[in-house]
Design a protein around this ligand. Sequence first.
Ligand code: BGC
Length: 423
Amino acid sequence: MHLEFPKGFLWGAATAAHQVEGNTHNDWTEWERMNAERLAKEAQKRHNGDASWRFPEAFNPQNYISGRACDHYNRFAEDFDIAKSLGHNAHRFSIEWSRVEPEEGVFDEKAIAHYREVLLALRQRGIEPFVTLWHFTNPSWFAKKGGWERKENIDAFLRYVARVVDRLDGVRYWIVINEPTVYTGAAYIGGLFPPQRKSLFTAFLVLKNLLTAHRRAYALLHRRREERIYVGTSHNLHYFVPYRRWWIPDHLAVAFVTYIADLYQLRIVRRHCDFIGLNYYFRDVIKFVLGGGAYGLADRVNPNQIVSDLGWDMYPRGIYQVLIRLRRYQKPIYITENGVADAYDEKRADFIHEHLQWVHKAIAEGADVRGYFHWSLLDNFEWDKGFWPRFGLVEMDYKTLERKIRPSARVYQRICAMNALPE
Ligand code: BGC
């Protein structure tokens, strides 16, 4: 029997500006130039201890410079043709703030016109746009004045949001912030993303400011548009499991990290969103370790039996657990990211199929899931890891920029076309 999805379910893929557009000028582009050599050297070290870092591109500093990326800025129409040919009826992309407002208070109408064209191109192909307003990158001027560390800077973000929402007509779905906790953790705790400041206190401020920005943008977007729009934020949520089922401290550690990483942000935005955006990648097995590990009180000890090219523990059932947990918020849910780094396309088709089986089960048990966006449409620039991890339904030849549809994209195409999982 086929597993049918609800009528009107949205099927698509997601991208983010800096990862695909090419030739952006923001805090990341500056950071990449300064850190490419270091990242290439560190990759060599990681390679020795971690078999998943086996890709030779990782040792080349050029891998860490986003440069022209997929040149999606110029080739978006071609890419949307591909999305359409793959049966997608929705697409998530982000607007690059540094293009729209290259200098503080100075807006570039040409950049805004570009995104109007992008929207038009999607609509002409019958693809529903989901527009992300902020996906990890900041204009350099914003970063220089303290970025998200300073509460006063939220006004600058809102000014940009106001400009965009006034100028982009007909967008029904807005995603204000992409993964507040991932950015905070990577940029202010893990030392992985710019500005690589390691301070728990600053991390907390940044997270709070991002969530305030979401709340204020939510009100602003609704104030400025008369038509019915739907506003949410994309949250990276986890399925945390205790390492030892019989050991209470492991359970306490799970409760602690679930609150810090997931529940805190949901508690703050739940009354200020029309839907919840869920990004799900892997589960985390959590062990209580006093004063140590990834979270201060807990360490991640994943079994890593089936892993992606990035060494991420693949665990499709986790998406079900997270969706069941989200039921209590009584909001529509869109899965705004779910995907796998898999250069040889050996695991992606099963990954999609199995995750969707669990999504289907969650829907049958009352989770109001209305769409699924695979990460990603194209191979792209994977932040501090650079280009070697391959997340695309479509493979990118970075030398020729030729796009090649992967076999797993065809498997997903069939699901989109049938609005169901074939047996
Ligand atoms: C981010 C994407 C990223 C993906 C895979 C998410 O955390 O939103 O930008 O490429 O994960 O790592």
